[in-house]
Write a protein that binds this ligand. Structure first.
Ligand code: FES
Length: 154
């Protein structure tokens, strides 16, 4: 399923080096669904499949459905680690399959087949603003839980 792009809050570094949260904006050419991601709405619309959002620095990320509902606490950068094509979720194969050169990734973003050299990059997913349950992504700088290695993307 290819879900429309949405907005998420993301920490942004200001000119003075201070970090503050800002909504990452998609150019005005976005579709009519231009709005902040809320967990409840996302879960309802995602129908148990990954959904594409705009996250850190406006980059595309896959939000992932929780194994028993809700949302997983990590997101996957949607850009293939080979040459950067967006790797869409293949509902039938239950994996991310890059249309450019055929790389494949499992539901956690672990690379299954090259030419991609790495697994998909990770970001933390937090639910903020309890009332509206908005989603916020933040940088993943610690060990990659999939292979125990330092994150190649930071
Ligand atoms: S860009 Fe994805 S396999 Fe080449």
């Amino acid at each position: 399923m290819w879900t429309c792009l949405r907005h998420v809050d993301a920490p942004v570094e200001t000119r003075t080096g201070r970090r503050q949260n800002q909504k990452q904006c998609w150019p005005r050419t976005s579709d009519k669904n231009f709005k902040t991601v809320s967990v409840n709405a996302w879960v309802e619309e995602s129908e148990g499949e990954p959904g594409l959002v705009l996250g850190l620095r406006g980059e595309p990320y896959w939000l992932l459905p929780g194994k028993s509902g809700g949302i997983r606490n990590f997101a996957l950068r949607a850009e293939c680690t080979h040459l950067g094509c967006i790797a869409p979720w293949n509902e039938v194969q239950q994996k991310f399959v890059c249309p450019c050169h055929g790389s494949q990734y499992d539901p956690d973003g672990t690379v299954l087949r090259g030419p991609a050299p790495h697994s998909l990059a990770l970001a933390h997913v937090e639910v903020v603003d309890k009332g509206n349950a908005r989603v916020r992504l933040s940088a993943w700088t610690e060990e990659d839980f999939r292979d125990g290695a330092a994150p190649w993307w930071s």
